[in-house]
Design a protein around this ligand. Structure first.
Ligand code: ARG
Length: 296
């Protein structure tokens, strides 16, 4: 079932099946990370501008931050020629059905041809991990995994962003395959080209958002299903990817360093911000959330 208006929502969050917090985190090494093409506005002006030693250090610090939180870390080696492969949230959407233990993964069909070959690496990974692998898309449909499709924390519900990388029609086969309701959110501003740049789900009742990236109906649906929406400052969201933050445990929020207002707002709401510098990755249009993939 797909939902596109708040009036159509015919369930309460509490009615949905519980979803266990994923305990595994996949990271892909930045060995071949670079900016050599422009597929989002943040990459403009950054061709050839990556400090590779710095990128490696920043990536290691992100990895250490997850290790500190006692998550089970897996590392995939980045492949030569795949400059954006380090952003491992985008190639797949993993799923678990807690009722049966069945694990599925939906493969992305990347919008940019430069990124298409990344998907096969993740398909092989999940096949080896015992997941049922689904390739659902042909022309013209594109889908960018957990860049645009986000699990609600603790509930079997998906939030689906569309407009730039993923088209709305891509969600119908996901809803059917995984038997899960999906709330669709239209993205309007090219700086916020993936849902994970403007919505970060912190726990079952709380999300961090940048409201300017959504239309009124989207904001109504977010308000209907979260008790608290923490609003990120525009400059921090746009320039520092404040909302590309990640809360893996309902408490700690890994977030780009320097997002002063957002960090304070998170603290005031009872969360524990963990500032990290991902400045080399911001040049490619990504930060913490898209540098990892959570799975079961
Ligand atoms: N250069 C990559 C792209 O434009 C960055 C992806 C960042 N991922 C994200 N989920 N925001 O595809």
């Amino acid at each position: 079932m797909l939902y596109t208006t708040a009036a159509a929502l015919d369930f309460e969050r509490q009615d949905l099946p519980a979803l266990p917090q994923p305990a595994k985190v996949l990271l892909t090494t930045p060995d071949h990370f670079d900016v050599q093409y422009v597929i989002n506005p943040h990459m403009e002006g950054h061709i050839g501008d990556i400090d590779h030693a710095q990128a490696r250090k920043q990536w290691e610090a992100v990895k250490d931050a997850y290790a500190q939180l006692d998550l089970n870390i897996a590392v995939m080696a980045g492949a030569e020629g795949l400059l954006d492969m380090v952003f491992c949230a985008n190639q797949t959407l993993p799923s678990i059905d807690p009722a049966t233990g069945q694990k599925d993964v939906i493969l992305s069909r990347m919008h940019a041809p430069e990124r298409s070959p990344e998907v096969a690496h993740y398909a092989a990974y999940f096949e080896a991990a015992g997941y049922t692998v689904h390739a659902l898309y042909d022309d013209p449909h594109t889908f960018e995994g957990m860049g645009d499709a986000l699990w609600h924390a603790g509930r079997r519900l998906l939030w689906g962003g569309y407009g730039f990388r993923t088209d709305a029609a891509a969600y119908e086969p996901i809803s059917d395959t995984l038997d899960v309701p999906i709330v669709l959110l239209r993205l309007d501003d090219p700086d916020f080209y993936h849902l994970d740049t403007c919505l970060s789900i912190l726990d079952e009742s709380t999300a961090l958002i940048y409201p300017g990236a959504f239309d009124d109906e989207g904001l109504r649906m977010l308000s209907a299903l979260f008790d608290t929406l923490i609003k990120a400052d525009e400059q921090e969201a746009r320039d520092l990817f404040a909302v590309n933050a990640h809360c893996p445990d309902g408490q700690h929020v890994l977030i780009q360093d320097g997002c002063t207002h957002t960090i304070e707002a998170l603290r005031n709401a009872g969360f524990t911000p963990v500032p990290l510098d991902t400045s080399e990755f911001l040049k490619a249009g990504g930060s913490v959330f898209c540098m990892k993939l959570m799975y079961w």
